[in-house]
Design a protein around this ligand. Structure first.
Ligand SMILES: Nc1ncnc2c1ncn2[C@@H]1O[C@H](COP(=O)(O)OP(=O)(O)OP(=O)(O)O)[C@@H](O)[C@H]1O
Ligand SMILES: [Mg+2]
Length: 462
């Protein structure tokens, strides 16, 4: 579509045109009303006064006869300001009044007429317009009573032209303004369209233009940009996960296959059995890894966000500790609890329980006291400034070197010294995404000696 036509068919322009029409009609109505009041009504008034005066004079004529009327007409001709009078006899001769002759328009019985007459000024005679009422009296007398309306006539012309100008100007300004705003609007929409086409063509780094005025289009653009950022993050996450999965699952799957092949080659039933058992264990660990990956993906996609409800963390921690206390004791260690009465935050029970389980599992596996060789674990809570809560799991083990504390939150990261333990390096990654989903933080610190892992939950917004 040619650009001009596009402008005319744009919704902004159409909306503008409707507004303009309504506006122009209102302006015309208001101006028309003003004109009616100033010009037409005044004219009506003049006519009414003239008619009343003529009736009055006719009455005088009936009472005092021609001589009386002649006197009054002569008197008024002299004294009235802007009044024009003439009284003519049966043969059309003037007998009284200030008009030189009977206006040619005054034919018939009676009526209202407009006529031109010579008006004396200091610099000479000019033609003026008068409006008059005339009446035919008995005996062939004709009486014309009028007012000089020259000034009013000029005034009317001025009013009429100003009103037309005002209407014209309104239309021009309205149409111009409408075109300008819709062109500006269209240009911005076009830029957004162009950018989306570029993005669809594969340039994912492009962002919608934001003018900085904070208006609707700006808000639309920044929302689209936020959406694109989120899509980018999800896509990057997906890419990372798939390459991680491809890389880290290949080893156990290869192992599984090799073990099965070996067993097939052997005739020893005992060897078959051992291989099957080992493969089942391997498959379990693979399943666990898949489940962890799925949980992370779900938490990261923010799907579980609807699952956030006011939750008391204390009984939740108690339940998890009840499972892990006996395991710690079996290993010759302890799980000490130091919990407050209640600690209520918005949380997803299931995910927080999973996160706690991961932390206790780590403490059991890697947090064994370096002197006693047994896990000495402490589970405590701490109210945060601003209404938040923190769960802290600490052990007295070797801890994690400062340089590795961020890195271990990534997927599939396991520190070298832990290779002897089973695991896939997804535990802390899941804890991290669970905390992000809650709008909180996973902090890994030093328990001196040992590791202190802190899950910080934000307070509910008031
Ligand atoms: N309490 C701890 N003390 C010392 N090192 C730890 C502790 N917790 C975690 N780590 C280190 O951080 C690494 C990452 O932990 P993470 O829980 O993410 O994976 P994992 O325990 O190895 O495997 P998974 O949890 O998936 O079974 C661990 O391999 C270990 O090296
Ligand atoms: Mg772990």
């Amino acid at each position: 579509m040619p650009p001009n036509l596009k402008l005319l068919t744009s919704s902004t322009f159409r909306l503008g045109a409707v507004y303009l029409t309504v506006f122009a009609i209102s302006v015309a109505a208001i101006l028309g009303y003003i004109y009616w009041n100033t010009a037409i009504l005044l004219e009506q008034q003049i006519e009414d006064t003239l008619e009343a005066e003529v009736q009055g004079l006719a009455e005088q004529y009936r009472q005092r006869g021609p001589a009386g009327l002649l006197d009054i007409v002569n008197l008024r001709s002299r004294e009235s300001e802007g009044g024009v009078y003439i009284l003519t006899n049966a043969i059309g001769r003037r007998v009284a009044g200030n008009l030189p002759a009977l206006p040619a328009e005054a034919v018939g019985e009676r009526g209202v007429i407009d006529f031109r007459y010579p008006y004396e000024t200091a610099s000479g005679t000019v033609q003026h317009t008068a409006r008059a009422f005339f009446i035919q009296l008995d005996g062939g007398l004709r009486l014309v009573v009028g007012r000089d309306v020259e000034e009013r006539r000029r005034f009317n012309v001025i009013i009429r032209t100003s009103l037309l100008w005002a209407l014209g100007l309104t239309l021009v300004l309205g149409i111009g303004g409408g075109l300008l705003t819709s062109r500006n609007f269209l240009r911005r929409i076009d830029r957004i369209n162009d950018t989306s086409r570029t993005i669809m063509a594969g340039d994912l780094a492009q962002r919608m233009p934001v003018s900085g005025t904070g208006d609707e289009i700006d808000r639309l653009s920044s929302n689209l940009n936020d959406m694109l950022d989120q899509i980018n993050r999800l896509m990057a996450g997906m890419k990372e996960v798939s390459s991680n999965v491809a890389h880290d699952l290949r080893t156990p799957l290869t192992r599984l296959r090799a073990r099965a092949e070996d067993a097939l080659r052997s005739d020893d039933p005992e060897a078959h059995r051992t291989a099957l058992e080992a493969n089942i264990a391997e498959a379990d660990s693979l399943l666990a890894t898949f489940n962890a990956l799925l949980s992370i993906a779900r938490a990261e996609a923010g799907q579980a966000r609807e699952g956030l409800h006011p939750t008391d963390l204390v009984p939740l921690a108690g339940d998890v500790a009840e499972l892990y206390g006996p395991i710690a004791e079996d290993a010759g260690g302890r799980l000490d609890l130091d919990l407050p009465e209640t600690a209520i935050v918005r949380a997803d029970r299931q995910l927080v329980a999973q996160a706690l389980t991961n932390l206790l599992d780590n403490a059991l596996k890697y947090g064994r006291d370096e002197n006693t060789g047994t896990p000495m674990i402490r589970l405590s809570m701490e109210a945060q400034p601003g209404g938040g809560q923190a769960i802290i799991v600490s052990d007295t083990g070797p801890g994690i070197a400062e340089a590795d504390r961020e890195r271990v939150k990534d997927r599939f990261v396991r520190l070298d010294k832990s290779r002897t333990e089973s695991g896939s390096g997804l535990g802390l990654a899941l804890v991290d995404s669970v905390m992000k989903l809650h709008g909180g933080k996973l902090l890994i610190g030093d328990a001196g000696p040992g590791l202190a892992v802190k899950l910080v939950f934000p307070g509910a917004p008031s």
